[in-house]
Structure formats: C-alpha cells, structure tokens
Write a protein that binds this ligand. Sequence first.
Ligand SMILES: Nc1ncnc2c1ncn2[C@@H]1O[C@H](COP(=O)(O)OP(=O)(O)OP(=O)(O)O)[C@@H](O)[C@H]1O
Ligand SMILES: [Mg+2]
Length: 392
Amino acid sequence: MSHGPRSGLLAVSTALLAMSRHLEVRDVLKTIVASARELLDAQYAALGVPDDHGGFAQFVVDGVSDAQWKAIGPLPRQHGILAAMLHQAHPERLADVREDPRFEGWPAAHPDMSDFLGLPIRDGDEVIGALFLANKLRPVGDDPAHPPSPKAEGGCGFTEDDEELLGILAQHAAIALTNARLYERSRELTIAEERSRLAHELHDAVSQKLFSLRLTAQAAATLVDRDPDRAKGELQQVAALAAEAADELRAAVVELRPSVLDEDGLVATLRTQIQVLDRAHSARVTFEGRGVRALPAAQEEAMLRVAQEALHNALRHSGAARVDVTLERRGPGAVLRVSDDGGGFEPRATRRAGRHLGLVSMRDRTNGVGGRLAVESAPGKGTTIEMEVPGG
Ligand SMILES: Nc1ncnc2c1ncn2[C@@H]1O[C@H](COP(=O)(O)OP(=O)(O)OP(=O)(O)O)[C@@H](O)[C@H]1O
Ligand SMILES: [Mg+2]
C-alpha cells in the first residue's frame, strides 16, 4: 500500500469504518486483523481475546490459510510473547521474535515468523485483547514518506510509525469490540425475554387446554360402557380440544392471538369455553356478558388469557361448587370478574413462590395492556379475580 499522507489517511479511515460496521463480535475481530495486516503490510496478523482461565476465548488470524490454521492445532495458551501482550501496557516491537527470551517455540505447522509487533487492546484499565503482527512484507526503503532504517529500528521491519498506527487501530478496535459485545448481550436478553413470554403463553393456553382434554377423555372413559352415545360426544370434544391445543401452540410460537377471538369475538369465545368447562367439571360454571363492545385485540386477548387462568385456578385449587364469570362494559373498556365459592387462599403468601406462574402471568398480561387486576381472596371465603381494561 502506498503511504502518501492522504491515501494513508483514507486507508485508515476505511479500516475504521469497516470495524464499526459489524455487529457480531467475531466479524469485528476479523475486520480488525484484516485491516491491521493490510495497513501495516504484514504477512500475518492475529488478535487474541483472553478468557478467564489463562487461555484465549477467541483467536482470530489473517494471512494463514484455513488448512494451515487447522494443521497448527488447538488455540494457543496464554504464555510466552502472547501472554506478555495481555499483561503489559506497552507495545512490543521485536526484530526476531524467536530470539526473545520469552519465546517458547510453536507447533510444527506454525508458519515461521521473525519481525514482530504486538500490543494490547485496552478498554480503560482492562486488557480486552491483544493484536499481533508478524513479518513485515514491504521491502524497506521504498516509501519516501516513511524511510525506514532497519538499523535504527533495531532490525525490525515494523517502524515506530507502524507502532503508532497500530495503537490507533487498537483504540478503535476496543470501541468496536465493546459495542459488539453490548449488542450481543442485548440480543441475548431479548432471547431470554422471548423465552419467558413463550413459557407464559404455553402455560396460559396450552397446558390448560391439555388439562381440559384430560378431563374430557376421562369422562369419555367412564361413559363408554353405560352410555356409548354420550361417550362418543365426549370423544368428539377430545378431538376438538386437541385441535385447539395444537392451534394455541402454533399461535404461542408465532405470537398470534387465538384465532377464535378473531372469528367469534371475546364474548362468544368465553361463552363456548365456559360451556365446555361446565360440562367437564362437577362445579357449576356460568357466564354472563353484558353490553360489551369489541375491544382492542391485545386487550381481548389479555382478558381471555386471564379468564382462562382464573377459571383454571378456581377449578383446580378451590374446590368450589360454583364459578361465575361476568364480563361487563365500563366506559370505553370492560370489566371481567371470575368468582368462586371455594376455599380461597392468602394472595400475598403465594407471591413469592417461584413455581407458580399463573397469578404472575395474569398480572403481567393485565399490565401489558394498561389494565388493572384485583385478586380478592381469603381462606374459607372464596376468590374473586377482577380485571379491568381501558378499551380503545
Ligand atoms: N381460585 C383459587 N382458589 C383457591 N386457591 C387458589 C385460587 N387461585 C390460586 N390459588 C392458590 O394460589 C396458588 C398460585 O396460583 P398460580 O395460578 O399462580 O399457580 P398454580 O396454579 O399453582 O400453578 P400454575 O398456574 O403455574 O400452573 C395456587 O397454587 C393455589 O394455592
Ligand atoms: Mg394457576
């Protein structure tokens, strides 16, 4: 590369831009080594990122073919010159790396290297990596702007200017690397959030459908001998519930709202589901919907999910003889109430229990649509869950 002041600046600028264009740590590292090798006319360039156990978490090379890299074997450990770069603050410029007292040899397939320039990549006080260059390619003396003098440089092909340039590169590398790490971390967080959403969704929708399915199948089994016709009806119900569970599962995965809501609306959906529960359980389960208009989709979905979980809890935990569900209009919004006459519980006592997702999920969903949730319960007094949504 020719180093007129302007073309040199252009090359550096291009390299810096390339570094910050990438978002993935691995790509950033690759761009850094490739830029360093090209800008400084080295035959080989490498960048090592230390792990916490005295090895390299990542080691990226440029100038070595894939086959050669494979033949060299496992990642280098942090010792010898490489380690020195991670533990010392200043750059190192050597005429012949093999002559250095810290040199400990290299694997058989390792390319031969002599002149060496290495320096740490620092983020504040922390060394987050080290950059290495080996074997200056440019025959000395053909660059009028930077006449290198092998003797003055101690015989090393890399000049003081090279060292300075690599220092600038390392500073930008530190920024690019830190940004890429932040980006990857935030993406990991997004994935974790997505997992937890899916867990809630599966809990709310699918596990309840499966629960109803089990009960209906049991009902069919007890009926099959004495009332085959009703057993047949229950089995049809089993098939329908299984199909719904499959739909819900798919919906949870692609974050669609339950398709029945789009087709039938909240009131009709609640009514049908409650009829099924009424038939499947010994408790009497009733529904009354008064004057509710269509609500924003997200609010309808949240209401359906909360109703399902409240019903599920009432039927599973309370021992109630009756569960009554009402849905009424309030201003532009609506209020859902699920009341049982069962054993009740102490709402505050369950809040800490990590295994129980139901109540937490009800609260999350309500908050998620700007609504309000009240859980009213006391041992021996039954339970009422009230959810209000603002409408739209
Ligand atoms: N209607 C109710 N009547 C009596 N107890 C209830 C009622 N609703 C909830 N509970 C009590 O509150 C606890 C927490 O309920 P929650 O829905 O959060 O979890 P869960 O139903 O135990 O488990 P999950 O819903 O995660 O499958 C229940 O285990 C139960 O003891
Ligand atoms: Mg529950």
